[in-house]
Write a protein that binds this ligand. Sequence first.
Ligand code: NDP
Length: 614
Amino acid sequence: MPNRKFSDGEVVMGRWPGSVLYYEVQVTSYDDVAHLYTVKYKDGTELALKESDIRSQSSFKHRKSQSSSSSPSRRSSSRSRSRSRSPGRPAKGRRRSASQSREHKDDKKKTIQETSLALPVLVLFKPSENNTKRYNGEPESTEKNATSCIILEQKLKPDLEVKRVLEQYSLRSRKDDKKKEEIYSEKKTFVAVKPIEKVSTKTKELEFGGRIGTFMMIILLPATVFYLLLMCKQDDPSLLNFPALPALESLWDGRVFGVFLLWFFLQAVFYLLPIGKVVEGLPLSSGRKLQYRINGFYAFIFTAAAIGVLLYFQFELHYLYDHFMQFAASAAAFALALSIYLYVRSLKAPEEELAPGGNSGYFIYDFFTGHELNPRIGSFDLKYFCELRPGLIGWVVINLAMLLAEMKIHNLSVPSLSMILVNSFQLLYVVDALWNEEAVLTTMDITHDGFGFMLAFGDLVWVPFVYSLQAFYLVGHPTTITWPVAAAITVLNCIGYYIFRSANSQKNNFRRNPADPKLANLKFIPTATGKGLLVTGWWGFVRHPNYLGDIIMALAWSLPCGFNHILPYFYVIYFICLLVHREARDEHHCKQKYGLAWDRYCQRVPYRIFPYIY
Ligand code: NDP
């Protein structure tokens, strides 16, 4: 007989994955191997829950008056419970037109309904490692609920703080001491909860075309880099003019490899310098938060100073241009060696440290997507380091080398206008990324993807050698543009940058502090996880406004190269494909995280990246 607390058919309260919200559910079966209960919500949704996420109905009785349990997808319209202000609602006293006011009322009603739905019963436990995706059938990374964490932390803070948080989430404050005692006693109950047995976290849904797709990409990605560079070196880089293949040994130069290693380790030294603040990343599936030093911008300044010193002492930076293929080969060899090291060490990594998306059990797939989520040597985080430093800063240095090479080869006293634009636009992009380094901690690359060939090659080879293609092209194929054209391209880049930056900042600020008064004019859809989805502002315009801005900038980087060849437009074409694919991946993850709330968001904001097009 399995040792179980709840029997089939019993009506109990089940926690909604990733949140502190409990809904009425019926137990339908029990898996005594995985120790999971299958429960059915009132709308028919079936999920597998751990015993620790199920409570008897009697433990909720005293709160029935303030909340009726319902399925997450059901909408109860209890107006009386939603008096308090949601952080996304407009400020009181703001003037509205009749239609605005009608719309506002509708929205308000919706928010009321959704808020009352999202908060049927607040249970003051620390959220355990509950995984929305896993409960939806896919063993993915643990969905953490920032809001619920905030609520939990507030339990230990003074009354006023508790009251403020409860009001913020449309809850009645628990004023009387008796209730407060309950809060503490329930917290004690949590502390006594036994650790839960682990459930396998194997990746079931394979991305990138599965094993065959990833195998092909391991071959095609390096081939594409060398094809593009060889094309660029030709006088006539037309697509049909296929370049002659160089002898393999001509691609290898020990001295160049030494310079590459020096570059990599110099960046590592900058990363290790005890300057810049240390911040915590998002919680891992174990609940642990890793610490990251934010000093990428300092690394950039130190690098600029080092390059300045080299130039002062007449170091010929166009050595980089002369040996560009060999540098790419060195970086590719290093990325491959790093990927092998990463895979081998991941075999010894504990299960909870493996990447949610890179633990399929298939060697080639895991090798490509990255098996271990956050490989570290001591406190040195290999993935985080490679994301923004050697490759990204390297891209700017390569661009500068191309600028100097252009001046030298064409005997110019100043670089061409095209070269200046390409250099300036891309410098702005890199500086922006380093200035906002902390934002990288919430990206898919850090939270979802492991560190394997895909990111190692992408960060160390693809970014510096493919993203600098326009500058490389301009050295061999001078292009003259007029000042008005340059001004128009600059305006385009500024528009792209404005959309990109403000969209990213809007979301980052909202995620960091949904109650930020600066965001009070934005509306959002609450979700069962406690996090909201913005439906006005940039995120109400299209579902990935930051991608739109990024693509506009990518076009502005190619335009200074003129229209003689398609080669300098490779970046914008590839980037659209990348972001369309990335957008689809993100939507898939969001659908798993947010379920019906995500569907509602998609109804409200029908276009993904390009308004009225896609
Ligand atoms: P995004 O910054 O686009 O973040 C997507 C996440 O935002 C979702 O998973 C969801 O996460 C959250 N979200 C989605 N919709 C909403 C909403 N309506 N309201 C609030 N939150 C929402 O992810 P990326 O990492 O893909 O991109 C980051 C930046 O990097 C982008 O600007 C992109 O253009 C750029 N980029 C550049 C590349 C390059 O090679 N140059 C490559 C890839 C990206 P949650 O709800 O969990 O917070």
